[in-house]
Design a binder for this molecule. Sequence first.
Ligand code: C2E
Ligand code: CA
Ligand code: CA
Length: 587
Amino acid sequence: MVDLYGDAVERIESTWGVDNLSLYAFAMEQVADSIVITDSMGKITYVNKAFEAQTGYDRSMALGNTPGIVKSGKMAEAFYERLWAILGAGETFKGIFVNRRIDGVLFSEEKVITPLRDLNGAITHFISAGRDVTSRLESERRLRELACFDDLTKLYNRASFFEQLDVLISASSERCNGVTLLLIDLDRFKGINDALGHDIGDQVLIKVAERLVDATRLGDIVARLGGDEFTVALAGPLTDTDRESILQRICATVEVPIVVSGTPLYVGASIGVSRFPDDGGDSKALFKQADISLYEAKREGRGRAKHYSPALRKNAERYHQIYQAMRHAFGARELWVAYQPVFDLKTRKVVGVEALVRWNSQTLGTIMPAEFLPVVCDLGLGHKLTDFVLEKASSDIARANAELGVSLTVAVNVPAEELHAPGFAAKVEAALRRSALAPTSLKVEITESALIPQGESSTSALEALANAGVEIVIDDFGTGYSNLGYLSTLPVSSLKIARSFIEKSGRSENSKKIIRAIMMLASNFGVGVIAEGVETSSELEFLEEEGCRLIQGFLIARPMPIGDLINYMNSYSKEADWTRGGTEKQK
Ligand code: C2E
Ligand code: CA
Ligand code: CA
């Protein structure tokens, strides 16, 4: 028989050198772990200070009670059954308890309960040593959560989305069910985030996440991939009609204004769609196809869903090629500026030109602006392009004017982002000074979208330009949504009638009416009109009858390099026939 008592006393004596049972007791009393001793029936016979601090029960309340006083009711009965089975067999039990303090607060306690035996080996007591692990468990839980869920929206995060998608795909391939993957990018979110701050941006993302969950069904997977990009995997077989109605529901729910601190904020959803197994055999392929479709959806004007097709893939490949080639275009001097004459029907003279950027790529050949401008924008090179055209056009036309002894105007296209960028007007004035072009010879062409009120910045840029003597022309007038009341307050000098109306004027009464209305509007506001894209003499006759003076279009001349423009100017005055556009030449 082991002499437990003797062993213990001896151990203490050899450690502290004295027969010091009271030290034993002090140690028990002061140890940081919460100690509870019960008799064999489970009645508490001793608790230490740590127990009092941890549970809020003082010794007098605990003694005579059972440890059940801290029971929370959160543990399954099976847990206690196992505990008693182990202790009853005389073994040590280890486990984590969820207990309740006297004030009701729950805490997690990691406990070791050991049976105490008397000199005969009979169990007389149980001693439990426990420590509070609430905060450790909480941080472990947070870590697990962080690994799976997006902290802000509580949706799945990117990594766990792909895991879930893989599971969904393999389940669907067994049941031949199909999966539809939606890649969702918020429209206009960046503007809100930049202008109103990240806190407001976060509120918008949280709201969108809730709405996406509401718009989908149980079993679908909704996740946030990062930034303003979300994704939804629709499980199960879906008819085309089902799929369309879900897509519409998602677009519509995201478009409902989100009210943050009383202010309605407007975002929208662009969605790229791909399907398993038709478009891709695994999550990676599916995601790539949805990404291609999303890009097309955004390119086509946002707020819409685009389904994957092999043709989209071709577009994406072309985009990628252009993207790569454009990185070197500025450095390699592959960009140049063409000039398209503007003709005055009254004086029968060329009075100005529009500067149009051109790109002769060494690897891809000639590419037109409609195709490469979006890439310039995506590469963040928009301001570089505007600077380049502005510098080149001012110096080319200043030189041409000096050489020809004329005073042609030159119109430069300026996208909204450049116009609103700080210091734009100063940049224009600097370019004018460097080239010695008269400010009155420069026109800045902006689209109606650049006129959406943006606070101080847009009006101040326009006013600074106008004050400097530069004319403001509204390009493609009639195709946007101008606020006429606001327009009338801006220093605009001309409206350029969009080519789409001129083109249809021969066959569409409506287009004629629109052209007349624009002429009337311009005359009432006391601003000029330019008709662009004039290709036929009947279009020209109609415009002349309506009193439109300034004409631009292939009928007069195509855009051309500066050298050709000078030759053209030299020769056209000697010829009677000025309607000889021909084909656009390369530099
Ligand atoms: P835009 O400003 O409306 O320019 C007029 C476009 O119509 C030019 O196309 C011009 O070549 C074309 N055009 C002119 N007359 C006719 C005609 O009689 N018939 C037809 N079918 N087309 C005609 P381009 O040069 O391809 O430019 C397309 C658009 O790209 C421009 O539309 C403008 O929005 C943008 N763009 C062109 N150059 C620049 C530039 O230097 N900077 C910026 N930001 N945008 C530019
Ligand atoms: Ca233009
Ligand atoms: Ca135009």
